[in-house]
Design a protein around this ligand. Structure first.
Ligand SMILES: Cc1ncc(COP(=O)(O)O)c(C=O)c1O
Length: 408
């Protein structure tokens, strides 16, 4: 994907992170933390809402914001109770915490995970009705047979959403003949299977160099492909189609394109709301980075001294001023980028998840107990690595929010 260059670290950014540093020194617990800035999140929520197309629903991608209170905040601002879930423990927690929600599974689950879910639900006293509120994603006729067998065996009717390949080539139905087989199977078993609709993800759009295919060309091609499947279902399986049939699409990289024109009636996204660095894309230029890692400095050395012949350190210092001093921070090795361009990782010393080495130029005036700030490259894995999320409002700690439980 065409990426914008890393945003320049400006004077106001320095002030912003100095204030966050002070907040964390006052209120922090001396450990690495994941911060979500609610003021910046609000900006992104407004950006998403701006020009939102009439009659199209928004569905929040749970894995990209894996924290109940954060999700509660976002869904109340966006007035949605629709979710896309990708992980069985998250599915269980969301269906429990949001019993009125509508949940679309974002990838085909092994049948064992489906069984596991119903075993878990059997133990839960919840008003969540999986027959109508949960849509399982199915990619092949073989998996559909597994799901049908399970439905018959367990006496549990299933709502089935079909994954389409509209150009990403990550699996899913890519031919009308396959779709025909699957919709026929659903039609033939109305007691056990209900057709919920389609999910077609288009994260490939905008990834090719412009000279090979422009973003608008690949978007149009994926939309045309989606429309072929919708037309086929409407023409030959109109008995399965209702006004509630879902045509789900998008994701953060293409959500702004769908807002302008889409064949879908249900659009999902998550990451753009906190904008990790992998989402520094031209189409998301109106969104602000809203999540940061803060890691306390535990040691500071006023030079770089590698465990190697001294001349190597001297040569590196000549090549790059950012080797002038050394910090060791609490934790490290995250999927994340340093924010201050006067700092850098050390390619020779290597990374450590325990105490990572960071080098910096003499201009950086940080000492032990100050924090070094990073931007997560993606939210889904990184958000789960720090315990409670620190929600920041007006550069002060506003809430500590528990992240979703990974284990089951
Ligand atoms: C099927 C599907 N829809 C939507 C998304 C978008 O999620 P996000 O907006 O967090 O990138 C993803 C991400 O993996 C996905 O797999």
């Amino acid at each position: 994907m065409k990426k914008l260059s890393t945003p320049v670290f400006k004077r106001q950014d320095i002030q912003y992170f100095e204030q966050l540093n002070q907040t964390l020194i006052n209120e922090g617990h001396g450990m690495p933390r994941l911060l979500v800035d609610l003021d910046r999140l609000d900006h992104n929520l407004n950006q998403l809402k701006q020009h939102w197309p009439e009659g199209i629903d928004f569905r929040l991608v749970v894995k990209s914001l894996p924290c109940i209170e954060l999700i509660r905040y976002i869904t109340s601002q966006l007035d949605t109770s629709k979710f896309m879930a990708f992980h069985l423990p998250f599915l269980c927690q969301i269906s429990h915490e949001f019993p009125d929600s509508d949940i679309l599974i974002g990838k085909p689950f092994p049948i064992a995970a489906v069984e596991h879910f119903y075993n878990h639900m059997a133990l839960e006293a919840s008003s969540f009705d999986s027959e109508t509120q949960l849509h399982w994603l199915v990619d092949t006729p073989q998996r559909l047979t597994q799901y049908l067998n399970f439905a018959q065996k367990s006496g549990m009717p299933l709502s089935i959403n079909i994954e389409l390949d509209i150009g990403l080539h990550r699996g899913g139905v890519d031919k009308e003949t396959t779709l025909d087989v699957m919709l026929t199977a659903i039609r033939n078993h109305p007691k056990w299977l209900k057709f919920s609709g389609f999910m077609g993800y288009d994260a490939h759009v905008g990834k090719l160099p412009g000279w090979l295919e422009s973003t608008s060309q690949s978007y149009q091609a994926s939309q045309d492909r989606y429309q072929v499947f919708i037309d086929y279902a409407r023409r030959y399986f109109s008995d399965l189609i209702t006004e509630d049939t879902l045509y789900n699409g998008a994701g953060s990289p293409t959500i702004e394109l769908h807002k302008q024109n889409t064949v879908c009636n249900d659009l999902s996204a998550g990451s753009a709301l906190v904008k990790p660095s992998h989402f520094d894309l031209p189409l998301l230029s109106g969104y602000q980075p809203a999540s940061f890692i803060a890691s306390p400095i535990i040691k500071q050395l006023d030079r770089m001294k590698l465990p190697a012949p001294d001349w190597i350190s001297r040569v590196l210092q000549r090549l790059d001023r950012r080797f002038q001093q050394t910090f060791f921070v609490y934790g490290g090795d995250w999927k994340a980028d340093l924010i201050d361009h006067r700092l850098r990782k050390n390619p020779l010393y290597g990374s450590s998840a325990n105490q990572e080495i960071i080098n910096g130029s003499k201009q950086v005036m940080l000492t032990p107990d100050d924090h070094i700030f990073w931007r997560p490259q993606q939210s889904e894995a990184v958000f789960l690595q720090f315990g409670d999320i620190y929600a920041i409002r007006n550069k002060q700690l506003a809430h500590r929010w528990q992240v979703l439980d990974q284990a089951f």
